[in-house]
Ligand binder design. Structure first.
Ligand code: THG
Length: 284
């Protein structure tokens, strides 16, 4: 299955049989006070700098989230998208729970983006799916619904099937639905990662869709988070994860290694190129 995203002049294919695609997470005010300060003044310098540095570190797509308390994201999200599109040429993933902000951003998107996200709740399906169709965007489907978050992988698969069915009914192609299996903190529930890994395996095997997930959610509240996140990412990739939302500085080297090991990088071209790029960056 291939999900095609586009920027101004580039086309990116997220392929369930191909190498992993990295969605850069860093343009997100979560614990980034400086980003909140600058964005609240409509100053996009830091956001643009984060965009460029993530691409240098290996990000193929950029997640754009401007959600902080009190923000008018229906105004700020499109403004941020426009500012970033003027400076970089990679596909974007617009990340907001507010359908008005999503639509405002879709109006200014150049190319073909990923909407982050719809979920299995009726109000979300009714508000977001028509936007994905109207603006020809791909869409991330979070496997939660009006009953909340289930810890049963089979039930999470059912929600993924419901989102897929409703998307197809809306006229969206199945390859444009990317599933997020939900990654919860393993400090809160010892089985949290197993539930996510089994959900990934089921969605990959039964639906064959591209799969994303936040790379750092599972380690919340624990020490040595990067190692924990990396271990979970490797296992997730083996089960069918294809486009994680992550800090590219932390994940790209591992992703290139995992691709090489899975025979998704003939003659180690991407693995070697990334290594050489990182060595060169160290010298700058
Ligand atoms: N699924 C989907 N969308 C998502 C998430 C998901 N969007 C938001 C989030 N989860 C993924 N994005 C982030 C962004 C920043 C951080 C965590 C998740 C974060 N950043 C720390 C900081 O910036 O200080 C540093 C973390 C790090 O560098 O590893 O915590 O799950 N569909």
């Amino acid at each position: 299955m291939k999900t095609i995203l586009k920027s101004k002049s580039q086309e990116l294919i997220i392929d369930t049989e191909g190498p992993v695609v990295v969605i850069g997470e860093s343009i997100n005010p979560t614990r980034r006070k400086k980003l909140v300060e600058t964005l609240s003044l409509n100053n996009f310098e830091l956001a643009i700098q984060l965009a460029k540095s993530q691409i240098e570190a290996g990000a193929d797509v950029l997640d754009i989230n401007v959600g902080y308390p009190g923000v008018d994201d229906a105004a700020l999200l499109p403004a941020t998208v426009k500012a970033i599109q003027e400076e970089v040429d990679v596909p974007l993933c617009i990340d907001s729970p507010n359908p008005k902000a999503i639509e405002a951003a879709l109006k200014v998107i150049e190319g073909r983006c990923l909407i982050n996200s719809v979920n299995g709740e009726e109000k979300s399906l009714e508000a977001i799916l028509p936007l994905a169709k109207a603006y020809d965007a791909a869409i991330i489907g979070l496997v939660m619904d009006d009953d909340g978050i289930t810890h049963d992988p089979e039930k999470r698969l059912r929600i993924a099937e419901k989102i897929l069915k409703r998307a197809i009914k809306q006229g969206i192609k199945e390859e444009d639905v990317v599933i997020d299996p939900l990654a919860m903190a393993v400090s809160a529930d010892p089985n949290a990662c197993l539930v996510t890994l089994e959900t990934i395996r089921l969605v990959h095997e039964k639906l064959g869709l591209n799969i994303t997930q936040g790379a750092s959610n599972i380690s919340f509240g624990l020490p040595n988070r990067d190692v924990l996140n990396m271990a979970h990412m490797v296992l997730s990739i083996w089960n069918g994860l294809t486009c994680p939302i992550a800090n590219p500085n932390k994940i790209t080297t591992m992703v290139r290694a995992a691709d090489l090991i899975r025979a998704k990088d003939d003659y180690a071209i991407r693995f070697t190129e990334h290594y050489q790029m990182m060595e060169m960056m160290k010298k700058i």
